[in-house]
Ligand binder design. Structure first.
Ligand code: NAP
Length: 382
């Protein structure tokens, strides 16, 4: 395998490298090399990289901080582009504060900076791995808060026209852990910058009983100033995530993981009834159910465990996290092993409970998206 600069054939200023191993650039730690790899630190760099892929007639694949992607063992036969656009700026606008952050900024550092300034609106999204640019794609959310609540707009580059556009939140098509960037406009835009509107001196959102209980165990929040209260919520969220193996610290000795490997399904009334009937017949007790926009959320982890894949399950070099049944892990395994395990989990869950789980990370073949998972919200029998 050869890795190195390919400046001979690249336009000036474009740092194009060849045969770059992708496994170390992802938190799962699997996947072969990218034929071409570019880190773009500004919009011009993103444009040139896309032009270069077009000129060479190869597909271009975006890569953020690698926490939600599964590359093929054969790698990617095209150009992998990391939009590493830096910068974070806070500006008072009336009664709110707008933060503008480049797509390459680490999401959790944006949350940390907001919390330190006493700005409320993203504190429950502490510890979510990934980049700012990737956050709107799946409308990242946790503990009852999601980015769509505070997002004002995103700056994008249209990959077809290479033109820059501003998309206000209402045009982003946000839904439960989804958006137009993951749905109908998948692969159409490069997100360059995200703008959020946060609340100065705001109080933290405590919408989930587990979070509220753990935060209040340390004393009432009302007595605390805004940054102190937000700081506590941020710390507790990170502690809860760490307990579930969902806090990915750099340099930590842990198996490869992409966090949640399956989305929590949202079922309609009929599918929920079917699930309840099958659960009762299987003697596994009633599933936990929470109301959701347009249906009923059921924890995917509950389904995975009861379909025969408990925490700590191991098959060769891949398995299920010891701390959370929603995370597939790699102990030096392969993408093929992970995909096979994921398909087995999906088919057991479907056979036992009639629920079709959707895979959360982007699963990529050597030439682009691999045929795995189903469309968001898909259900057995639809
Ligand atoms: P969890 O808290 O055990 O929740 C599992 C499922 O039950 C989710 O569908 C969750 O809804 C729902 N749920 C649990 N308690 C609820 C309550 N009090 N009210 C309403 N719904 C409730 O899940 P987890 O896997 O450990 O994850 C913790 C949090 O991180 C969750 O909010 C999860 O969504 C979030 N997370 C998000 C991403 C992402 O954005 N891609 C990835 C991993 C985890 P919600 O999903 O609406 O919370």
């Amino acid at each position: 395998m050869r890795e190195g600069p390919a400046a001979d054939r690249a336009p000036s200023g474009l740092e194009l490298r060849e045969r770059v191993p992708l496994a170390p650039l992802t938190t799962l730690g699997v996947g072969g090399p990218a034929r071409l790899f570019v880190v773009a630190r500004d919009v011009a760099g993103v444009r040139s990289a896309l032009e270069e892929a077009r000129r060479r007639g190869v597909p271009a694949q975006l890569l953020g901080l690698g926490s939600n992607v599964l590359f093929d063992d054969a790698g990617f036969e095209g150009l992998v582009l990391r939009p590493a656009i830096p910068g974070m700026e806070f500006r008072e606008e009336g009664e709110r504060v707008t933060v503008r952050a480049g797509a390459g900024v680490e999401w959790d550092s944006l949350v940390a900076a907001a919390v330190e300034r006493g700005l409320a609106g993203v504190e429950c999204l502490s510890g979510i791995p990934g980049s700012v640019g990737a956050a709107p794609v799946q409308n990242v959310g946790a503990y009852g808060q999601e980015i769509s609540e505070t997002l004002r707009s995103v700056e994008v580059l249209d990959r077809a026209t290479l033109e820059r556009r501003t998309l206000p939140a209402v045009e982003c098509g946000f839904g439960y852990r989804g958006s137009r960037f993951k749905g109908e406009d998948r692969d159409r835009f490069v997100i360059l910058e995200v703008r959020l509107s946060l609340e100065p001196e705001g109080r933290p959102a405590l919408r989930y009983p587990e979070l509220e209980r753990r935060v209040k165990e340390e004393g009432e929040l009302d007595a605390l100033e805004a940054p102190e209260a937000l700081r506590r919520v941020r710390r507790v969220v990170r502690e809860i995530r760490a307990g579930k193996g969902m806090l990915l610290e750099p340099g930590e000795d842990r198996p490869g993981t992409a966090g949640s490997f399956f989305l929590n399904p949202v079922l309609d009334e009929a599918s929920l009834e079917e699930l309840r009937r099958r659960s009762a017949a299987a003697g596994v007790g009633p599933p936990p159910v929470y109301p959701a926009r347009g249906g009923w959320k059921v924890p995917a982890a509950w389904l995975v465990e009861r379909a025969g894949f408990p925490k700590g399950f191991r098959r060769g070099d891949v398995g299920i996290s010891e701390r959370h049944a929603l995370a597939l892990v790699s102990h030096g395994g392969t993408a093929a092993g992970l995909r096979e395990l994921a398909e087995d989990v999906r088919s057991q869950v479907r056979d036992r409970f009639g629920v079709a789980l959707e895979i959360e990370p982007a699963v990529l073949g050597p030439g682009g998206p691999a045929p795995a998972g189903r469309s968001p919200g898909s259900r057995e029998g639809e």
